[in-house]
Ligand binder design. Structure first.
Ligand code: NOJ
Length: 764
């Protein structure tokens, strides 16, 4: 075995030597040659081995699969495993790598995947919260430090970013995406891939990214996890696919398919998605991994009669790597021998997988990510924590800040205040880590209470008032997920009575959103709302610090509570970030990436909806026959793009360089924004357009540009946007991307209700 490894090494070295003289030849070609040379040495079985991914058993992130018949270590030794997942830490990664490198015939290194979703050991805000920052630099930086920390711990492949657009807050996994909008989602998807992968994947602090879940996973019927997805061509192309395409533009190295079916065909067995669109139209050169067990699940969908047929369908549909279905390792060889699967498909898949391994530098040094000293220096270091804190502050959204007796509650005064802090989540060091924190240690978040205590000038009291959730593990929820115990109410009420300000930290526990956590009721869970109402009776000066993994229906709070801060689940540095915002050391700048509905019945609810044939109230709004609800307003509780600041901004002087362009022309748009308040602050300037008449009906408005700017008190800046064909085109009735001639409306402003308006025309 060893001698063959040596032969391989010699081949690599020969090619490497040649490399210098081939300087002008594209690096990709060099890698392609190396890959071909190794491919030619591999048996069919070894090739299939590269397409096989096993869970490292140190941690399991899906329904446990029956592994009793398989000796995974033996398979590693035999070169029958190409990738692992959930092996964490340099010690464990090098141990697994050592087995394949030293014992398998060809010693092809493993690639180690892990769900580095929002941080590895040091947890950054949940992705939905990061999206609320609308700060692409900060989001990229967050992915960059997550990659650095994970890479220092042996990981070289993350199963992120999740780029599924979703408009259904019942779906628990909205916490993992960038929200409802394809334009914002695409920009964020691009930034995240660039953050994880950097400019040079062969560096020791960058890792391969994975765009997931291809495709439609964010559109489950009734918001129920893993449920059926039925969408038309227009929604698929204009809404669901753009963020995926953006990751391909960012050179993402891998894709993960999805658990759901799409229009009758499970995504994992979907040839149209994986071969026609991804590998065909988009020319994606990386590899596609299945989701956990999703090949095997083709049987449950009623799409394959057994695991063997599931494997056949999956490889033919374009799935290059099988995560924990055992379909490839058990059946692919037979399927090739039976002529049901062409060996050329296997070669293509393996070529893709080996290419990514080469690009990561694993062939040069399989232990590249395994330096215990580096692990100690980087994991949980100040650099990572600083970046995570910065991201956390930028992710917070100020939903309301009204005056009581002519004074706003926020920012808090720093001296001589009696502050009553109430709510179990204020003193919780775990919930803020969110749902995806398998690399982190539990109970490592800075609590809100700890963050606030760092400000010494005020007198603080704390009362829990009520528990939030009892089920607090990744795998299981307690059936009594929310307690009904009100025994803590009276001491909480007493503490609130004489306080100058009451800070109530309420909302969802981190494990109440995420995969498998769909909900049909989006109110603040348990008895927390009751507690809020009781406290309100004795003291109206309440700041509600809402923690959540998705939009919640907070109608009562919006109506009564003077100040509301949406802090999502902010990660390790949560308490510090929240305290700095509450005290005004950071002026909140976040904007909602998802619409907040008034009630669950309005869902799916999103700003870029269509008009319908009866869109606006008839002259007499009591008339029945127009598109609306009879029991609730049609508008949302908080619109997409909404978020306040401690200061205020004025928009004026909206100018267009021309009001008429050809389809391939461009318009420069400019607007002056002034900080008219008393605090320096940041604003996300948003641009929306409406294509008034189309070959397919168009949304009432669509985000087509945004820029986050900083303005000191009194300062004015002119913000410019360029409108061009890239922004105007859509997937038309001709089933192609086109700009259509006609009239357009344009708005610029502070959220999706922006009213500063202009019009322009596109001509042939
Ligand atoms: C299932 C999830 O859907 C996917 O996003 C994740 O990456 C895999 N499990 C691996 O943990």
């Amino acid at each position: 075995m060893k001698s063959n490894y040596l032969i391989l090494l010699v081949i690599f070295l020969l090619i490497s030597c040649k490399e210098t003289s081939l300087k002008n030849i594209d690096k990709k070609e060099v890698i392609a040659k190396k890959v071909d040379s190794i491919l030619s040495l591999m048996t069919l079985k070894e090739k299939i081995g590269q397409m096989n991914q096993y869970n490292g058993s140190w941690d399991v992130t899906g329904p446990p699969t029956d592994t009793t018949s398989i000796n995974k270590v033996k398979h590693l030794e035999q070169g029958l495993v190409g990738a692992m997942l959930n092996v964490k830490g340099v010690k464990n990664v090098s141990a697994a790598q050592k087995i394949v490198v030293e014992k398998s015939r060809l010693g092809i290194p493993l690639i180690f995947g892990f769900d580095v979703i929002h941080g590895y050991k040091t947890i950054s805000p949940i992705p939905l919260a990061e999206a609320a920052s609308w700060d692409l630099k900060a989001i990229k930086r967050s992915a960059e430090v997550a990659a650095k920390e994970a890479a220092a711990s042996g990981i070289n492949w993350t199963f992120a970013p999740m780029v599924d657009i979703s408009r259904d807050a019942r779906w628990g996994r909205v916490m993992e995406g960038a929200g409802e909008d394809p334009f914002l989602g695409s920009k964020i998807a691009y930034a995240r891939v660039k953050g994880f992968q950097g400019e040079d994947l062969s560096k020791e602090n960058t890792i391969a990214a994975c765009a997931k879940h291809f495709a439609g996973y964010g559109y489950p019927e009734a918001g129920k996890e893993y449920n059926t997805v039925s969408v038309g061509v227009s929604t698929l192309y204009n809404t669901i696919l753009p963020p995926f395409k953006a990751t391909v533009d960012a050179d993402v190295k891998t894709f993960m398919n999805a658990f759901n079916e799409l229009n009758g065909i499970p995504a994992t067995g979907n040839k149209f998605l994986q071969r026609t669109v991804l590998k065909g139209d988009w020319n994606f050169k990386g590899f596609v991994v299945s989701d956990w067990g999703s090949i095997m699940e083709l049987q449950h969908h009623g799409y394959a009669k057994d695991n063997k047929q599931a494997g056949e369908i999956a490889i033919n549909a374009g799935v290059d790597m099988d995560m924990e279905s055992y379909a490839y390792i058990d059946h692919l060889e037979t399927l090739v021998k039976e002529g049901k699967v062409k060996e050329s498909l296997i070669n293509d898949a393996v070529r893709r997988i080996l290419t990514v391994k080469y690009e990561l530098g694993l062939f040069d040094n399989p232990y590249k990510y395994c330096d215990e000293k580096r692990e100690q220096q980087i994991v949980n270091s100040k650099e990572i924590n600083d970046a995570v804190l910065d991201m956390a502050k930028k992710s917070i959204v100020l939903l309301k800040n009204e005056s009581i007796n002519n004074k706003k509650l926020l920012p808090l005064k720093k001296q001589n205040q009696k502050i009553a802090i109430i709510g179990a989540l204020a003193n919780d060091d775990d919930s803020m880590l969110g749902n995806w924190r398998i690399g982190a240690d539990n109970h490592t978040a800075v609590t809100v209470l700890e963050g606030l205590k760092k400000y010494k000038g005020n007198k603080i009291t704390y009362e829990k008032g009520a528990d939030v959730a009892l089920g607090k593990t990744f795998f299981y929820y307690d059936t009594k997920i929310n307690t009904t115990d009100k025994s803590g109410f009276s001491s909480a009420i007493n503490s609130a009575k004489n306080a100058d300000v009451v800070i109530m930290v309420l909302g969802e526990h981190g494990f109440q959103s995420g995969e498998g956590r769909s909900r049909t009721n989006l109110d603040i869970p348990g008895v927390q709302l009751d507690l809020l109402k009781q406290i309100y009776k004795v003291n109206k000066k309440i700041v509600l610090v809402l923690t959540n993994g998705r939009p919640l229906t907070i109608n009562w709070s919006k109506e009564h509570i003077p100040a509301i801060l949406d802090v999502w689940q902010l990660g390790t540095q949560a308490g510090n970030a929240i305290a700095q915002v509450l005290y005004g050391d950071y002026n909140p700048s976040g904007k909602l990436p998802m619409t907040f509905p008034r009630n669950v019945g309005q869902i799916p609810m999103y700003y870029s909806h269509k008009f319908t044939g009866r869109p606006t109230p008839l002259p007499d709004p009591a008339m029945v026959f127009w598109s609306k609800y009879t029991d609730v307003e049609s508008s949302p509780l908080y619109p997409f793009g909404y978020g306040l600041s401690y200061t205020s901004f004025k928009y004026e002087n909206l100018k267009l360089s021309t009001s008429k362009i050809k389809k391939e022309g461009e318009i420069k748009v400019s607007v002056a924004v002034t900080n008219t308040g008393n605090f320096d602050g940041e604003e996300v300037v948003q641009l929306y357009i409406q294509d008034i008449i189309g070959s397919l009906t168009r949304p009432v408005r669509e985000l087509k540009g945004f820029e986050k700017i900083k303005l000191n008190v009194g300062e004015t800046k002119t913000v410019s946007f360029t409108i061009n064909a890239d922004l105007l085109q859509f997937y038309t009735a001709n089933n192609t991307w086109q700009v259509e001639a006609g009239d357009f409306n344009l708005w610029v402003g502070t959220d999706s209700n922006a009213s500063l308006k202009a019009t322009f025309k596109v001509v042939e």
